[in-house]
Ligand binder design. Sequence first.
Ligand SMILES: CC(C)(COP(=O)(O)OP(=O)(O)OC[C@H]1O[C@@H](n2cnc3c(N)ncnc32)[C@H](O)[C@@H]1OP(=O)(O)O)[C@@H](O)C(=O)NCCC(=O)NCCS
Length: 128
Amino acid sequence: MIAEMPVTAKTETSCMPAAARPVSREEAYVHFLGVHPDYRHLGLGRELYERFAALVRQRGRTVIAAETGAFNAPSIAFHCRLGFTLERGDELVNGVPVTRDFHGTGEDVVLFSLRLEARESADDDAGE
Ligand SMILES: CC(C)(COP(=O)(O)OP(=O)(O)OC[C@H]1O[C@@H](n2cnc3c(N)ncnc32)[C@H](O)[C@@H]1OP(=O)(O)O)[C@@H](O)C(=O)NCCC(=O)NCCS
């Protein structure tokens, strides 16, 4: 997982340039999440998001924002299954809201957000 929770101008955890979209003080941003092909469909992706949600909540943030390639149907299905909402894009492509050239590198993406519920346990935020 490549993610960040910016502290003023710097990022706490980042291996990539900051998100093209400004990350608000309420948000943590997931650039990429990947599970080895041999270990998919075992709940690891969900587990990673659940653990990340716990960290996000500990740091007083309430929203996880994420992105995926515009035509990455498995990832879109995965995020929807975990309760993410699709953000409005520049246009609908086959019913999917696509944001064009999000990073200025020509890549079209789909943007998601998940609002975390205010409770102690993070077990179900990225799962129900
Ligand atoms: C997307 C990805 C991270 C999912 O990881 P995973 O460990 O296989 O996912 P999980 O097993 O935790 O699945 C969680 C839920 O999503 C659903 N899901 C996972 N992959 C799915 C798919 N391809 N199609 C539909 N639903 C899917 C599962 O059925 C599961 O739902 P359930 O618990 O209600 O049964 C993994 O497929 C991957 O690494 N893909 C390549 C990289 C990528 O595209 N990353 C996302 C872009 S940043």
